[in-house]
Design a protein around this ligand. Structure first.
Ligand SMILES: [Zn+2]
Ligand SMILES: [Zn+2]
Length: 204
């Protein structure tokens, strides 16, 4: 699996383009802003995305999902618990208006997203939001962790739908993955499970 990182928007969200290097089939994870920049990267690499996957329903992650969906003539997937946020007609956050995003696929824990020879398993990891997910490849030891787990920290729980007890359960689940799993968070640099396990004082 090859991964392209495009940092977008005011909150410097990591939009990831994960693709099969052979077939170039791809998924776009969290297109939060700046669709031209994301589409430019796709075009320059000859990548063929069919699906937009959202780690959760916050605007810094889905801001241009609808625009990208139309541009690639693809689909949008999000966990069923966060889908209602996207489907509401107009959402206003801190003065920004977002038009509704069509949800084509509602995800649940254990679902598998396939593109070319690659696949990502959906982990439902609530706490930062009710429908937060992480995407895991055991064969490639890769985890896309959204706003649940960061390099040196975990997601905030003070936004609507946040729950600190749920977050700590979700983080525990992630930290029990193999120590060498590379973690690609929704913001900031990549990390590995071992480093976060140590940083958070987690004993296996
Ligand atoms: Zn968030
Ligand atoms: Zn975020």
């Amino acid at each position: 699996m090859n991964i392209e990182t495009v940092v977008v928007g005011e909150l410097e969200t990591n939009c990831y383009i994960a693709y099969d290097p052979g077939t170039k089939e791809a998924v776009i994870i969290d297109p939060g802003a700046n669709a031209p920049k994301i589409l430019g990267r796709i075009g320059s690499k000859g990548i063929k995305p069919g699906l937009v996957v959202l780690t959760h329903g916050h605007p810094d992650h889905f801001g241009v999902a609808e625009e990208i969906r139309k541009a690639i003539e693809g689909k949008v997937a999000i966990h069923e618990n966060d889908a209602p946020i996207l489907e509401s007609k107009i959402l206003t956050l801190r003065g920004f208006m977002f038009s509704a995003t069509q949800v084509d696929q509602k995800l649940k824990d254990g679902d598998v997203i396939k593109f070319g020879k690659c696949s990502l398993k959906v982990f439902h990891t609530p706490g930062h939001s009710k429908g937060s997910i992480c995407l895991y490849s055991d064969t490639e030891s890769i985890l896309f962790s959204g706003d649940t787990l960061f390099c040196d920290g975990v997601g905030r729980t003070d936004l609507p739908g946040g729950d600190s007890a749920e977050l700590s359960r979700s983080v525990k689940r992630l930290l029990s993955l193999p120590h060498n799993v590379k973690v690609f968070p929704g913001h900031g640099p990549a990390t590995i499970i071992e480093q976060e396990r140590r940083g958070l004082g987690f004993k296996k």
